[in-house]
Design a protein around this ligand. Structure first.
Ligand SMILES: NC(=O)c1ccc[n+]([C@@H]2O[C@H](COP(=O)([O-])OP(=O)(O)OC[C@H]3O[C@@H](n4cnc5c(N)ncnc54)[C@H](O)[C@@H]3O)[C@@H](O)[C@H]2O)c1
Length: 255
């Protein structure tokens, strides 16, 4: 297991799914964690059970980002790890695209990730001992193989992929030891998929069948990849993408 002792992490979207598993995993690996979510009760309960601190945050709220980063630094003395995990679906297919839904999905998934990277770099740059940190942005296989049924979600996740590389190369070019990588989960057994299944019965089984492993991911499996990228095990990895999709995007479509 990666050793995260002495590190301080901020994880968005911590109340459920991949975010919840990530808080548990980073805390178990020794990090001090501040989890944030728009769900105050769910987020507080999860963080309490994991020995983490909790703050309410809408990832799309510009002003709130500086406040939660400041809270992590005030509570724990530094910021080493940011996991931009909060995300939502719901833009619809292009012909029916509702502009308000599009704006919200882009604001949470893409602009929220950008705001998080910006706020985190400002804090990581002045960490005691020098500019150092690891940012992990959660994209989706829809960034590479988009959903015809959700243009905004797919576009937002495609943007997250490229944003991560821009952040990574900016930080490297500035001489900061601040890395930025993307984790690309495939279909994962979480709240997002439960809600999709409710709207489109059979979706889970259909999407599980696209994986050569013929199953959905567990949130802990994505959290394991996040913990690796958060750790000092991979100091030369930046701008990289880790697929956690059971091989779904690695097989010829004819098979
Ligand atoms: N489940 C999948 O199949 C799958 C696949 C690929 C990528 N992802 C990505 O993983 C991330 C986590 O999703 P999940 O599958 O765990 O879903 P989930 O619905 O179980 O959890 C999402 C969490 O984010 C929180 N959240 C939503 N909007 C927020 C906002 N504006 N600000 C702060 N918190 C907010 C929710 O309250 C919830 O706790 C998302 O970015 C999602 O796009 C999920």
């Amino acid at each position: 297991m990666p050793d995260l002792s002495g590190k301080v992490a901020l994880v968005t979207g911590c109340a459920s799914g991949i975010g919840a598993a990530t808080v548990r995993r980073l805390a178990a690996d020794g990090a001090q964690v501040l989890g944030t979510d728009i769900d105050p009760a769910g987020g507080a309960a999860l963080c309490a059970s994991a020995g983490a601190r909790f703050a309410v945050q809408d990832a799309a709220d510009r002003a709130r980002w500086d406040e939660v980063v400041a809270e992590a630094v005030a509570a724990f003395g530094r910021l080493d790890i940011l996991v931009n995990n909060a995300g939502m679906v719901g833009g619809g297919p292009i012909e029916d695209a509702d502009l308000d839904a599009w704006d919200r999905v882009i604001a949470v998934n893409l602009t929220g990730t950008m705001l998080g990277c910006r706020a985190a770099i400002r804090a990581m740059k002045v960490n005691p001992g020098g500019a150092k940190g690891s940012i992990i942005n959660v994209a989706s296989t829809t960034a590479l193989a988009p959903l015809p049924t959700d243009a905004a979600y797919s576009a937002s996740k495609g943007g997250v992929r490229v944003l991560s590389k821009s952040v990574a190369t900016w930080c490297a070019g500035q001489g900061y030891a601040i890395r930025c990588n993307t984790v690309i989960p495939g279909a994962t057994e979480t709240g997002i998929l439960d809600r999709t299944e409710a709207e489109m019965p059979g979706f889970k089984a259909a999407v599980a069948a696209t994986s050569p492993m013929n199953r959905l991911a567990q949130p802990s499996e994505t959290a394991a990849a996040i913990a690796f990228l958060a750790s000092d095990e991979c100091p030369f990895m930046t701008g990289a993408e880790l697929l956690v999709d059971g091989g779904a995007l690695s097989i010829h479509p004819g098979f």
